[in-house]
Every structure is written in structure tokens, then in C-alpha cells.
Write a protein that binds this ligand. Sequence first.
Ligand code: ADP
Ligand code: ADP
Ligand code: MG
Length: 675
Amino acid sequence: MFKKILIANRGEIACRVAATARRMGVKTVAVYSDADALAKHVGACDEAVHIGASAPKDSYLRWERILEAAKATGAEAIHPGYGFLSENEEFANACKAAGLVFIGPPASAIRAMGLKAESKQLMEKAGVPLVPGYHGAGQDPAMLHKEADRIGYPVLIKASAGGGGKGMRLVEKSEDFAALLESCKREAINSFGNDAVLIEKYVLRPRHIEIQVFGDTHGHCVYLFERDCSVQRRHQKVLEEAPAPGMTEALRKQMGEAAVAAAKAVNYVGAGTVEFIVEQPGGYDQPEAMKFYFMEMNTRLQVEHPVTEAITGEDLVQWQLQVAAGKTLPKLQSELKIIGHAIEARICAENPENNFLPATGHLAVYRKPACTSFEISDVRVDDGVREGDAISPFYDSMIAKLIVHGDDRAQALARLDAALTQTHIVGLTTNVQFLRQVVKSQAFSSAQLDTALIERERDALFGKDFVGRDLAVAAAMVWQLQREQAAQGTDPFSRRDGWRMSGRYERSFGFAYRGEEFGAGLAYGRDGQTYQVGVGDGDSRTEATLQWRALPDGRLELNLGGKRTVAVVHAQGEQLSIFTEVGSAQITVVDQLAHAGDTGHEGGRLTAPMPGKVVSFNVKAGDKVSKGQPLAVMEAMKMEHTIAAPGDGVVLELLYTPGDQVSEGAELLRIEVAA
Ligand code: ADP
Ligand code: ADP
Ligand code: MG
């Protein structure tokens, strides 16, 4: 076995590889860019080498620099992870030329599977079933159009060099073909530097089912069963599971053997995945009628490999290292078995409500479900970030992968929902709530899977208020009162008698929730236990009783109108993030007076609560201001934050101009507060 390897990647996959290497007694070398100087993967390795600036082309794709780092540190092999250099034939060759082992397939196999069109020609020869289509070398637009007409619409035009869901165009009718071909070629040349395309029949209501294969240098090749990755957005995977629901033993064997044939056709070594598109002509209830077609082979470890690890009990990175070191595969086909069911959810910094637009920002709060980090267990979290880290625009928007295992699918689903409930992220927009809704949706929970599931379930997945206004308000009021009391050194909840002596206690608040601003009131009842809550103004006002207590771990136990909930509240400026069993919500405290005493100002120093942009100043030097008056507005992490006057006083100086970027804690303006 190797004594030391270099991991030519970052983020969760670099941490993932380092964990296995450590367990095997193999030393690791990390590489990192400027943006990653303090990243988790750097700390996860024994040594680290800086390889350049933040943009991937200046660091993680600079393979000459990476080879130098391997030489300088005495690493014997390089693990490329996924993405970056993992499917770069030239890099695999360069490793070999430099006397280093590339932990992956031979360069020739990468090349053979690198272009979708060429790999299909090879697969055709190997007898692997293909989607009806055209994958020849000819690229004359008129000829391609004729081919599309022959195949019959709808068809999919695919960039041969494409990947990551990019470079695909769905053509519904012949009239649209020419224009879509042109736009596909344009995207292909811009993204992949190669505008060759192929045409496939567009399979309706298909499933994406892929087979994990593994080969060694002694001519063995096995399959580690299938993964169903049908739940996708923008042709990218969202949830992945193993085994595929409804899979029959016969079809599993057929697909497994087809995948092994595909791998053998290119003398495959190491971990690879053969992706199939599966037609369901009989609908969801007739798996016997399913027909599978080769789509492409990914010549690397896949993002979703943990679900395979969970159902087989094998560590695929360990297999990779053993195979790369020249050993035989740890297990024969007959020794591999499926145990239970596993699902992976990709937690990403993105906004599902805005067409899954990626988000950036800092993980101000990042709480994970109870789990072991990578050992196979009921709940596993693979990530490359820690609380406080940034999700930067330079790299992928994936924050973490949550993997659960259960005896059966129902148990895995329940565990996934519980684990997602315990995942609290504040500071940037994520898809956590969206994932919970998908998991609970009728289609997913009853395994009616196809690649249009998210689209079909639209109504249940988007634009919904899961927590509810009144509960969000109740949690926000309780949290706010509690914080004020803590700041004043008294605790009304442990000293209820003190409150009762003053008779009735009432407070007014202002909130913004889901784009609406309204007032809310809390009245302390005479019984010393029950409060009266009023939410909303005018006709929309609702009234309910409220009881609460703070649990020792800081969570708030609430009973609103007879319904019990446990809530966790995290504050960021005026924005409160509330996490409950039913979901999470954000609510903004707009009542400036109620808010005085908050962070963001200490005496006359008014500072930025987080890094961001100054949007406006509402005052100028010399202005008289009163306590609670909004002074400046900042935009950070796609949210606006108002900086309010801590007391009556006079503005002395503005220290920035609108549009300026400021770092956390930067002093924005100075005021003199009247004594
Ligand atoms: P990439 O290299 O971007 O992963 P793939 O060829 O693997 O591209 O396709 C990505 C996704 O697009 C598939 O998982 C599937 O959802 C969809 N897709 C691909 N080919 C077809 C097809 N012929 N019919 C219907 N959907 C398809
Ligand atoms: P898979 O087919 O294995 O599911 P994807 O195509 O979804 O894989 O993921 C590969 C993508 O992951 C690459 O296109 C790249 O954008 C991204 N990526 C590469 N390296 C990393 C990393 N270290 N952490 C997170 N994402 C990465
Ligand atoms: Mg693919």
C-alpha cells in the first residue's frame, strides 16, 4: 500500500478520501487555493501545499503545479476526487510520466468514455443497449435535422463533450430543430470547447438508474448494484437512492452485466459508473416492462457513491486505493449483497424558489444531525465545510451530503426527514426545506419515480408556508423577550412571580414575514402561565393562547393555541431563522425600538453585522437622530439589514458611501449619543 497520497481536490470529496486514507494508515497531502487556506480539507490532511489563486483554472486545474506538489512532498499516488482533473486524460498520462500512480482508470479508458458519441459507438460494438439516435461523426446541420426527423420527436440534442447537465436541448418538433441545434452548439463550444453533438430519442417519463462498477488490474470486474438518481433539477441529481425501488432481480442482473460489459470493453480499472436511462412503458407499477439504454460512463468516483457504501457495507475509496496499489478486488461478485436501503440528499446553497439559483455567503450557523462522520451508519454527513466557512462563488454550491440507511425504504425515508429536520443552516439560502418537501411528496414517498418528478409535484413543493405565520411570530416574540431579559440580567421565565405582581404585561412588536409587514401583541395573563397572542392588523388579526418555556439546551418549547412545538431560533441582524419539526422559516423584526440593545452597535460605534454591501445611508453628518431611527441599510447574503440608532444623538461622520463592500465589524458611521 502507498505510504502517502496527494488529494487533488477540495471540499467534501477531499475530506472523504482523507478519512479513508487515515483509517488505512496512508498519509495525505492536501492542495489548496487562496480561498481555501483555512478550509476543512486542508486540516483533514497531514500536509498541505498552496497551489494558486482561487479560480479553479489558477489552482485545482493546474496539474503541473499539482505534480510538483506531489514530488515535493514524496506522495506516491494522486486521488483526483470528482470534477476538476478526475476525467482529464492528459493529467492521467502526466501522472504516469512523472512516476506517480493516478488513482483512477487508465488514460485510454478516460478517453474512450470521454466523448458521449464515441463511447456510444464502442458500446454498440460491445452489445450494450443504446437509446435510438444518431451518434456519428458527421455534423452537417441539414443531415442532423434529417436524422432527428427519422428518429421522431421529441429528441434530445446533446453536446458530445457535455457534462453536469449542460449542453442539452429538448426539441419537440421539426420546425424548432435548426435554432436549438445552433444554441446547443454555442453552449457546447463555450463550456466544453467542442461543439460536436449527438441526437437521442427523448425518453418520456424515464428513470435514471446507474450501475457502480469496479475493475482491477488483474482482469476482474464486478458491479456493486444500482443507484436510482431520477430526482433531478436542471438534469442534475438532487436525491439518490439504492437499491432502485421496484427493481427486479432479473433486471438488476441484466443491467449489472451490461455495465460490466461496458467497462470491460475499455479495459476499465478502478471505480466507474455506467449511467442508463430507463423507460417505463408500463408505468410505475410494472418494473418487468422497464427497458434500459446506455447513456454515458463516468470514469471516476461519483458524488452519490455513499449510498452504495451504505447498502453493501464496503468502503469504495478503500477499494480504489487497493486497486491502484495493484491488489485484486476485495470481493467477488458472489460475495456482494444488498443490505437495506439508503438515500442521499444533496444539501446545496441555492434558492429553489428562484429556479435553484446558487447562493453564496457564510455559514453563520451550521448544525448537523447526530451522526458519525463517514463510517457506515444510519445517518452520515459528508461535508467539506464548518460553521463560519464561506460558500464562495468559485466552487460548487454543494454544502453537504446527508446519507441515511434503513432496513427498508420507509425507514430510510423517515430517517432522512428526521435528519433534514435537524440540519440548521443560517447565513445563506439552502434547499433543506425543499428537500424535506420532496421526500414527503406523494410521488417520492410512493416511489413513483421519473426525471420529471419535481416538475410534476410543483404545486406541493414551491411557494408554501410550512411553519405558518402565527407560529413564526410566537417563536420570534418569545425569543425577543428572552433576549432582552437576558441583556438586562433578569429572567421573567424563572421569576414569574415578579411579573405577576405588576398585573398585566403587554408588548407590541412589528414583523415582516413572507413579504408582509404587520403588528403583533403579547399579553401576559393573570394566571402566570398563559399568554395571549394577537397577530396581524385589522381583519387578518388572529388571537391565540401561548405557553412556553426555555429548555436547558436553548430550544423553546411552545404551546400555541393547544399545539405544541419545539423551536430553535437563530438571529442574524434583524432576521430570525426559526426551525421547527414542520419546517423552517424566516421572520424579520421591524420594530426598531423593540430591537434596541441588539448587536450591530456599541455606544457610538455602528458596525456591519456581517460582510456585505452598503445600500444606503438615511442620514448625513450633523443630523439629529432619535433612538431606533434607521440610519443605514446594508445588503448581505441577499438580505437587507437596517442599522438603527442606539439612542438619541447626532451623526458625526459617515465612513462609507453606498455601494461600498464592507467586512464584518467594519465601522459604518459614528454618532454621538446624548447622555
Ligand atoms: P451529463 O453528462 O450532463 O450527466 P447525461 O447524458 O448523463 O448528461 O444526462 C443527464 C440527464 O439528462 C439524465 O440523468 C436524464 O435525466 C436526462 N436525459 C439524458 N438523456 C435523455 C434521454 N434520451 N431522454 C430523456 N432524458 C434524458
Ligand atoms: P455525479 O455524476 O457524480 O453525480 P455531478 O456531475 O453531479 O456528479 O458532480 C460532478 C460535479 O461536482 C462537477 O461538475 C463539479 O462542478 C462538482 N465538483 C467538483 N469538485 C467538487 C468538490 N470538491 N466539491 C463539490 N463539488 C465538486
Ligand atoms: Mg450523466
